[in-house]
Design a protein around this ligand. Structure first.
Ligand SMILES: [Zn+2]
Length: 322
């Protein structure tokens, strides 16, 4: 009996500790979702930036420090993504931090003040997603080695879902004429996705941390869209769509919708998790390119019979961009 009571005491004493989930803080919503997918029931996750926020130029508030109280770990990106993080971290430096970009081979930013610096948007490639996910497994396992098997199992299932979703898109893209396989966006945030999908890339500004949509930047893209007869122009959920819409209008192209890259939406929005961010964005690109290439083939038929009217519409839009 005595022994039984003793065992019960041990059980009661240790249960609250074992049952308490790890509190994981992340700098942005994409890592928050990845950490939830890997950690499952063993983690409670908070994101410093909210859904829809711009991650690059975020201004932390005292509330963010409160939000992090009791956190066991902060997962952050690095590679120039969170320009505010080093300063912010001084306020919460008792919490360990782990950058998840170890092992990522960065592509360079092309143009602007950050030219040749690493392009941070590496999560827009499914191969890189695997690297982040494995880094999360490693970080969580270091904190709670007794859950290692759960973390690994969750990660494997998750990686499989991501891989199979992306495989289907590559087949759809192969149906689009090669000269129409362009990805035109506001921010140059899609270099990794464009590389994975075999798309040529064009953007109005290189990174949100820099000037966004100057007349010179807009004119350059209008000229390129016209010269290459690109059928679709996109913009991202965390920036103004005005410059992209102007490009589409003035280059006789089509504004083809919103892409998601720097943030998830809220739980009831179109991209409540990372997998949906990747799939909704890729599907929007494919749908836009399909419609754009139909517009362009219509253009050519029209152009043959009504060349004069096309010239007139180009003339009408002259002078808006200096
Ligand atoms: Zn960005």
């Amino acid at each position: 009996m005595k022994k039984y009571v003793f065992l019960l005491l041990i059980t009661f004493a240790s249960t609250p500790l074992l049952a308490k989930p790890l509190k994981i803080a992340t700098t942005f919503t994409i890592f928050a979702d990845m950490a939830k997918q890997v950690g499952g029931k063993h983690v409670e996750v908070v994101s410093i930036t909210k859904p829809g926020a711009d991650i690059h130029n975020y201004q932390p508030t005292p509330k963010d420090i409160v939000k992090l109280q009791g956190a066991d770990l902060i997962l952050w990106h690095g590679l120039n993504l969170e320009l505010w993080f080093d300063k912010f971290y001084r306020n919460v430096s008792s919490i360990p931090k782990v950058s998840l970009t170890k092992g990522i081979v960065p592509l360079s930013i092309d143009g602007g003040a950050y030219h040749d610096k690493p392009n941070p948007h590496a999560w827009m490639s499914s191969d890189n997603a695997t690297i982040y996910i494995n880094s999360i497994v490693e970080a969580l396992t270091a904190l709670a080695p007794h859950h290692a098997e759960d973390f690994q199992g969750n990660a494997q299932r998750y990686e499989q879902q991501i891989k199979s979703a992306m495989a289907g898109f590559k087949k759809q893209l192969a149906q689009i004429p090669a000269d129409q396989r362009w990805l035109v966006s506001s921010e140059g945030a899609f270099s990794y996705l464009a590389a994975e999908l075999g798309l040529k890339e064009l953007f109005i500004w290189p990174i949100n941390a820099d000037a966004q949509g100057s007349p010179k930047q807009i004119k350059h893209v209008i000229d390129q869209v016209r010269a290459n007869k690109i059928g679709a122009v996109f913009s991202e959920s965390t920036v103004s769509d005005k410059p992209a819409k102007q490009v589409a209008r003035e280059a006789n192209s089509r504004y083809a919708g919103v892409l998601y890259v720097d943030s998830l939406s809220g739980p009831k929005g179109p991209v409540p998790n990372y997998l949906s961010l990747l799939t909704v964005t890729t599907q929007t690109i494919i749908d836009g390119l399909n419609k754009g290439s139909q517009d362009r083939s219509g253009d050519e038929t029209l152009g043959a019979s009504m060349g004069a009217s096309k010239g007139a519409s180009k003339g009408a839009s002259k002078g808006i961009v200096q």
